[in-house]
Design a protein around this ligand. Structure first.
Ligand code: UFG
Length: 326
């Protein structure tokens, strides 16, 4: 299939592109490099450096490639920043998203896979979380992702654009070539690995007074390759219908302290920790039920073992000591 990937030079986008190219799809990476990295553009994909709001360039890319499907991952995704700067998040996650849908309609592109998030659920009432559970985001990031999800059925009704919204839980891990590098880094596993590598003094645990097995927050970590495979499977439903799917490994999830201990075991390094205050807006538990995508698309995570996820991220960090600059 001829696929255009927005945000394809980002962490998850680069791995999705890698998997698409491996499967023989023709891929255009469409990325402004505002957050993405030129070095993350996968060999074998065409690259267009442009903004989603550049409607003319986007339409030209669709027409030149004769695009058949879009995987939309370009977005802002910092929970804390979204709360202090809602305008940025509405502009980049909703308005730019609608500009994409309008361009798709103009160019008769009618398949969309959308990168959504567990943050659409807010403070869940039960675990594991199912797609039919209430969505009550507690931050602007989750709210803007949900706002875009809500636009999709109306575009389907008016213009026939079919869509699969994939609600990611905690993406982690790396491939040989593509890994996680954010500036600033806010995600737990890269932060712990930076401490293991001696690039930071200690890991701060954000609160140990949660009602969990060791007092720290429980999350559902999913390897980025397992996420990527789900995008490719999701493309296959779009000839007939639309859907929303959770993507996590399920089970009991892992606490922050468990992730730190696993990283000590994987790296063999000392990792200092200090306990700080809770981070505002962090739910105690976020664990997915991915039963729907398992049933509908026969998807299942290949990297269920947290140690393997951490190991892949550690290898990537060691082989890319300066990230994509090195
Ligand atoms: N944490 C720490 N110390 C740190 C960083 C994180 O204790 O230095 C804790 C957090 O409090 C949280 C857990 O580690 O309990 C995981 O935090 P991350 O920031 O890695 O991930 P989140 O669960 O906050 O966020 C992820 C995605 C978001 C998405 C959210 C959905 O990164 O984009 O899941 O709930 F919105």
């Amino acid at each position: 299939m001829r696929v255009l990937v927005t945000g394809g030079a980002g962490y998850i986008g680069s791995v999705v592109t890698e998997e698409l190219v491996r499967d023989g799809h023709e891929v255009v990476v469409y990325d402004s490099l505002y957050k993405g990295h030129r070095g993350a553009v996968v060999a074998g994909a065409e690259f267009v450096e442009a903004d989603l709001m550049d409607g003319e360039r986007l339409r030209r890319a669709f027409r030149e490639q004769r695009t058949e499907a879009v995987i939309h991952m370009a977005a802002d995704s910092l929970v804390g920043e979204s709360v202090t700067n809602p305008s940025k998040y509405y502009r980049n996650n909703v308005i730019a998203g609608l500009a994409l849908l309008d361009a798709m309609h103009d160019c008769e592109v009618r398949r969309l896979v959308f990168s959504s998030t567990a943050a659409t659920y807010g403070e869940p009432e039960k675990q594991p979380i199912e797609e039919s559970d209430p969505t009550n985001p507690t931050n602007t990031y989750g709210q803007t992702k949900l706002a875009f999800e809500h636009a999709l059925p109306w575009y389907e009704r008016a213009h026939g654009i079919r869509h699969a919204s994939l609600r990611y839980f905690n993406a982690a891990g790396a491939t040989r070539h593509c890994g996680e590098m954010h500036d600033p880094e806010t995600h737990l596993i890269p932060i712990i690995l930076q401490a293991a590598a001696g690039k930071r003094d200690a890991v701060e645990i954000y609160g140990e007074d949660y009602p969990t097995r060791d007092g720290t927050c429980v999350r559902d970590y999913i390897h980025v390759v397992d996420l990527a495979r789900a995008h490719i499977l999701a493309l296959s439903i779009l000839d007939t219908h639309s859907a929303v799917y959770n993507l996590g490994c399920g089970g009991d999830g892992y606490t922050v302290k468990e992730v730190i201990d696993a990283t000590r075991a994987v790296t063999g390094r000392e990792i200092k920790v200090k306990v700080g205050a809770r981070r505002p807006g962090d739910p105690a538990f976020l664990v997915a039920s991915s039963a729907r995508i398992k049933h509908d698309l026969n998807w299942s995570p290949q990297f269920q073992d947290l140690n393997l996820i951490i190991e892949s991220a550690w290898h990537w960090m060691q082989s890319h000591p300066d990230g994509y600059a090195g």
